[in-house]
Each structure stands twice: as structure tokens, then as C-alpha cells.
Design a protein around this ligand. Sequence first.
Ligand code: SF4
Length: 587
Amino acid sequence: MIRDAFRVLKMDLSEGRGQILMLDGRDAYAGGSGLAALLFENFGRIDQSWDAPEQPLIFAIGPLTGYFPLMSKTVCAFKSPYHDQYAESHAGGRSALAFRFADLDALVITGQAPRPSCLAVGNHHIDLRDVHYLWGQDVDATGKMLRRTYPGSGHRSILRIGPAGENRSAMAGINVDTYRHFGRLGGGAVMGAKNLKGIVIEGDAAFPLPGGKTYRGLYEDIYAQMTATDMMSKYHSLGTAANLEALNALQSLPWRNLQQTTDPAITGVTGERFADATLLRNAACAGCPVGCIHVGFVREKFMAANQYLYRQVAYDYEPIFATGTMLGVTDTFAVLGIMDAVEKMGLDVMSAGVALAWATEATEKGLISEKETLLPLAFGEAPAFKEAVGHLARGANNFYRLLGQGTLKAAKVYGGNDFACVLGQEMAGYATGEVFYTAQSLGFRHSHLDTGSYSYDQKHDEKDVGKVIDFLVADERERVLLTAMVSCLFARGVYKYDRLAECLASLGYGTLADNMAAIAGTIQQKRWQLRLATGFRPDAVRIPRRFTEVTTWKGQTDSRYLDRLLSAYGAAIAAIARPESSSEIRP
Ligand code: SF4
């Protein structure tokens, strides 16, 4: 059943009480990114710190969630411990479908539980339970315990944090159903600050699908496009790990803290190599027929001699870059071993890998020593990195506590700002050129998926600043519409404007279908307004020198071009946020 108003559960952990709110705004904000922004505007405290108990932790789904394939993501929004600004992170797993089955468009959590707790929510129930015995446990052990405590069907989703979140590391993520994550910008620390070890979404209701042939025909058509054509097959076969070899060949793969962009040692960690040596199975988010999640295994020596424990670890392009090439580790099992440690600690894998790569180069350059790192860090030495992950998550000393707040913060104290691989946050694995460095530094989520900038770099040789900025602004707007629905961005080739309009109309969202262009503009503007209001200053963003030393297939980074892009994109963002700015976009 579709509703014009959003059905939102607002839970106050301090009071231990929740209430259902019916919130207007569907026709302007759609859901997902739009709904999250609307909720932050209503409940966020612009002038208070990210860890003030009143700050909301928001989860929102979209109008198409549960009705069409790959409409499988949830948007998580919060004030970030990384920079104290409004932020979003996205994840799938079963979370989105569980919210749909619980008949909730959003969950807003405020306050702070008096003791470490787990919050379970369903269609008609709320249960806040003391789980102090889980505080200090890793993500794996916590998951096992929560699955036992909250037995349920496939419509149950379990979100939890590890020691990194408990310690309020700005690199702490929220684990979703073991293989997916709200990874970036410190959502895990927000849960930790609220004394919230876990969140269980119990999808214990049902929702009717539209009758008639229109919806059914549309669904079948989209499903066939995703499964019977080769549009999505690359995500299933080798998955995004296939990019490792391609980016290495383009001299765009960060190696050893971005001291190189290509290396013959790539043969040890290609997508093929991971598939041949480690792949156990593919997994999928609920409602996804593609199944891009690749689950490999690592073998761990277990207590007595000759006893082994096999652990399953999901891999992808980004985690392999962060725990493999960036750290100079080129053995598949060693890479999975570091990833496994990161998973257990509840750290964002990209942030952790890039931060440790910086610490390793800082060690090489003599800026820090074992006094800080507590063990000898050297590129390629996987066992030390595995251990360092624990130190980083638990904040073992002042150095790791500072590093856990961000590489630039550590560099400010110890030196090494020039080679900190930070583009807004610790970089994603694309050293493709000036457009990507600009877009990740200034992009809303500081994510490689905010726009197709890495692809733009690979396809364009000319240096036309105006053309780049037009592309970034328009591409972000299109993606914002998808994250309002909330689609997996891998399906962006399928869900073009016309298709989305058909989907919305088939469910009865006629106004949304007719006004998508304006809605995308409204949401894009609202998100930037909130970001700027919470302290973002595009003109203060600087790109560390390491990025200007990088050489790709196009040659060395052009610093002048990079500066012009930064200043023009910063100005474009400020213009989008101005109230009088037009919110129209040509579909
Ligand atoms: S393609 Fe992958 S990330 Fe996207 S919904 Fe499917 S399984 Fe999830």
C-alpha cells in the first residue's frame, strides 16, 4: 500500500520510548537521501557536536524499495565524527527489505541508552535490551549472539558495531548482515556514542503488491534486463575485483601509499586470482538477482597443531585495494586475512587501509617509529598490518587514537601531510586523474560513487573546466534521484529517468513520476544546504601533494588544472545550495 506521508519511527534511547510519526513531504523528497535530509532538518542539531545525545541517527528507504529488483539499499544519515558535518552512508544486505516489511519508511534514533543496548524494531513493537555483555566483543561474535537472541526469518536484518564504534573511531562502520556496511564517515561511532551495540529490524508484516498487468509486466521486463542480458553480468562473474588488473594497466591503481600507480606484482591479486584461489560462493542483497558479493575464505591456525578454522570473508575491488595494493600485500590469502581483521573490528576498510599505508610510509621516512606503531610496519608485511588493525580500532595508544580520527589529524601532529592519501576522507582506489581527485575531495559522501568522475578521467583527454563541472553537477543530480529511491548504484544503467517514472507510476506515485527532475534538484540542494550549514567549506579543501606527483597513462597530474577544477566545483556546490538556485534538471 503506498502512502503520501512517510511513516517514521522515532526512538528516544534516553527515555526508552518510541513513537510513530506521519510526515508530509513525499512529493518533494521522495525517500532515501531526500527523506534523510528532511529528517535531519527536522531533528538534527546543526550547532551541536556529532556526539551530542540529541543528534539523530537516521535510516531511510525509498518508494520503490521492495517492489523492484536492486531497490535494495538503505540510506544512513548522521552528523559525522570525521568532520562534524552532515553525512550519508549507504548499505544493502537485508536492511531495506526488512524496513519495508516492518512498514517503516525511516527510523530516527536520538538520545543515549543508559547501558550498552540493542534496539529491535518491527511493525508494531520496539524492544530496547541491555546487552552490556556484548560490549568489547567483535562484530563476528556480536552477530552470532544477536542472531540467537533475535531468531527470525529472512526479513530480519541485523546491524552491529565492533570495538572501533565503541571507541568512537571516526573510521568505524556499521556492519549490516555480515557482508554489507555503512562504512564511511563514522556511522559506527555514532552508534557507539549512543551506547547502541546493535539494531535489529524485524520485518514482521506483509505488504501487498499492485494487482493488474502493468506492474507485473514492468517487473518482469526489468528482471530480464538484469539477468538475461550482459548489463549486470560483470558484477556477478569476477565482480568489481576485475578492476584491479584494468586500473593497474591504466597506471591508476594506488600501490604502497600511492608511491606507484602500477606494479607487475598485480598478478598476485587480480580478480581472476581471487576467484581461482579463494572464492567460495556469491551472495546477494535481499531482492537482488545479480549477486555481486564474492565470499572467499581464509584459513586460520586454531589452537592445537593441525587444527584449522575456515572463515568466510567478502571481497570486492575497494577492500582489495585498501588491504592489498595500498599496503603492498600481494598474496590473496594474506589480503583476506587483513580484511577479516578489519571486519571483526568494525572499521571501514578503505579508511583503515589508507591510514595504515600512511603510517607505513611515515615509518619509512622516520617521522614515527615502533614507539607509536607498537610493531614494525613495512609494506608487504601482512601479519603486522593484521595486528595494527586491532590497535587502530581499539585506540591502543595516543598515536592510534589520533589516526582513528583521520590520517590528516595524525599528520598534523607527526608530519607527513604531503603524502596523506586523503580526498575529503581516506581515498578510494582510483588514481585516475584530476577530475576524480576534485570530485572525491568535494563530493557529498567523498565517495567514488558520488559521480562518475573516475570514468570521466579515463575517457577525456581535453582540459575543459566548464564541461567537467557541468558533468559533475548533472551526474550527481541523477545519482541523487537513484539514492532517493533507493537503488543500488550498480543498476544505474537500467534505472534511467523513463524507467524510474514507469516504476513510480505503476505503484501509484504519479506526482513523483511526473516531477522527477525537480525532485532530484530539490534533494541535491537540500543535502548541500545541510552540509554547508554544518560547517563544510569547499574553498578550504586542499589536495595533498602526493596526488600531484602521480603519473597515470595520461602523464603527470596537472596541478594548475587541478586547482582550477577545485575552485570551480567548490563554487558550483555553493551555487547549488543558494535558495534561489534553480532545481530543474533536463532528464
Ligand atoms: S548488485 Fe551487489 S550491492 Fe547491488 S544490490 Fe546486488 S548484491 Fe547488493
